[in-house]
Design a protein around this ligand. Structure first.
Ligand SMILES: [Zn+2]
Length: 193
């Protein structure tokens, strides 16, 4: 899916995503180079975070966190009865994973992605999953920018930090670090040095 997502992004989206990441850090008085905690960002945006172990019975948790399943539950953005945004997430995932899951869902929120009402009803009726490839590509890209901002990544690469060190610094998985390095084409740029 990562290969496909590139072409699904609207022209200018990548630059816009970096700007959003920088603007939010500014609002939270965090340097544009620094890590941003997804829980703090959610609070800032007025999005409630709920972990599956906090709100679901054990049976539901086991179902969503079943490691034998191909797609384990990571997170979901929805509106509660009052119309307020809530992210339900898998709080049994690793801390780093939780950060990227939450950033992904917050990216959906920031992009204003919504499931159309009539489709939402069908989803509940037939227990379906809504999937919008364009929305997913945007949330993936913006989520990555929120977690690892370009200026911060450039700085860490200049300092010759390893992927593991960058992963620790931004509380992101090594996979996410590599995803950001690859999408920004930094490998090519830095290999010449
Ligand atoms: Zn998504």
């Amino acid at each position: 899916m990562a290969k496909k997502s590139k072409s699904l992004l609207k022209h200018g989206f990548k630059a816009e995503a970096e700007r959003i990441s920088e603007r939010l850090r500014k609002e939270l008085k965090i340097s544009k180079f620094a890590p941003l905690c997804a829980f703090a960002l959610a609070e800032h945006l007025g999005v409630t975070i709920a972990g599956i172990t906090e709100v679901l019975p054990k049976e539901g948790v086991n179902k969503l966190n079943d490691p034998s399943k191909k797609e384990k539950f990571s997170g979901l953005l929805f509106k509660n009865e009052d119309g307020d945004p809530v992210v339900l997430h898998n709080d049994l995932d690793s801390k780093k994973r939780q950060q990227s899951n939450l950033m992904h869902e917050l990216a959906h929120f920031l992009c204003g992605h919504e499931v159309p009402e009539e489709i939402r009803n069908l989803i509940y009726l037939y227990n379906l999953r809504y999937f919008n490839a364009e929305h997913e590509a945007e949330a993936k890209y913006l989520g990555g920018c929120l977690q690892i901002p370009k200026p911060g990544l450039l700085w860490k690469r200049k300092e010759q930090c390893s992927e593991e060190e960058i992963s620790e610094y931004f509380s992101a998985s090594v996979d996410m670090v590599n995803y950001r390095i690859n999408t920004l084409g930094l490998n090519r740029r830095f290999k010449r040095n």
